[in-house]
Write a protein that binds this ligand. Structure first.
Ligand code: ATP
Ligand code: MG
Length: 231
């Protein structure tokens, strides 16, 4: 199989179908722009299965995603999209860089979701950008950005509702979108690597912050997310 790209968490392979790729989920974990590295046993398997459940749920509710099917426990077949170089972050509760940048206390419930854009550029450290920057960088048109924002907020409503029934708070998450035959498709992954999930009652962190902050029981947290959303 021809490797098209190897990222920090996944490997992309070409298939005989030029419109599709295989995405292999690794156990490798990085944080702080690659400064912290380790492997988390079982992570690839959990992230794939968790992403699959979310993608299926979103599709069932009218959102288009890149997922085609699951090939094996580490490999997902998807549409080959042209990834838009903008990471879209939606926040419901203050955490992470929002707290650092604005001095807000972690855990502050935001009255309405905050939508942020980051320019996907490793060398620059994925800087925060606004619509004017994106326009100047020519990475997406205003029309595409409006569509991306609409889809990202729809994902928020759907996922919050899905998760609260499982006693989980959706603190924040990062999405990537791609162009495919004239449409914008939700791409990449939706997993504890790319979202913050807290237990509703105890506010226990059940996501990659356990790795970033050396809280321990990382695999167990990913497993717990999978168990709760499988019900
Ligand atoms: N459907 C898709 N078609 C093509 N590329 C995709 C698709 N979904 C995700 N990707 C891209 O595949 C790569 C996934 O690998 P990974 O998550 O390991 O990347 P990363 O290390 O996080 O960093 P970066 O996104 O900066 O490359 C990303 O570059 C992502 O944008
Ligand atoms: Mg990634």
């Amino acid at each position: 199989m021809k490797k098209l790209y190897e990222g920090k968490a996944k490997i992309i392979y070409a298939t005989e179908n030029p419109d599709e790729v295989l995405i292999y989920y690794k156990d490798d974990a990085t944080a702080f722009n690659g400064l912290k590295k380790d492997t988390i046993k079982g992570k690839g398997r959990y992230n794939l299965e968790i992403s699959k459940i979310f993608f299926e749920y979103l599709e069932a509710n009218g959102l288009k995603t890149h997922m085609v099917d699951v090939v094996d426990e580490l490999t997902m077949r998807t549409k080959k999209t042209e990834i838009i170089k903008v990471e879209v972050v939606v926040r419901n509760i203050a955490a992470g860089s929002l707290c650092k940048r604005l001095g807000l206390p972690e855990g502050l419930e935001l009255e309405k979701p905050i939508l942020e854009f980051y320019y996907k550029d490793d060398a620059l450290g994925d800087p925060l950008v606004n619509e004017y920057h994106i326009d100047a960088l020519k990475v997406a048109t205003q029309e595409e950005l409006d569509e991306i924002a609409k889809q990202a907020l729809k994902v928020n409503e759907l996922l919050k509702e899905f998760l609260i029934k499982r006693d989980l708070l959706l603190v924040d998450y990062k999405l990537e979108f791609g162009r495919f035959k004239g449409e914008i498709l939700l791409s990449d992954e939706i997993s504890p690597d790319t979202c913050r999930f807290w237990d509703r009652d105890t506010r226990k962190k059940l996501d990659k912050d356990r790795f970033r902050q050396d809280l321990g029981e990382v695999t167990e947290a990913y497993q717990e997310i999978l168990e709760r959303i499988s019900k």
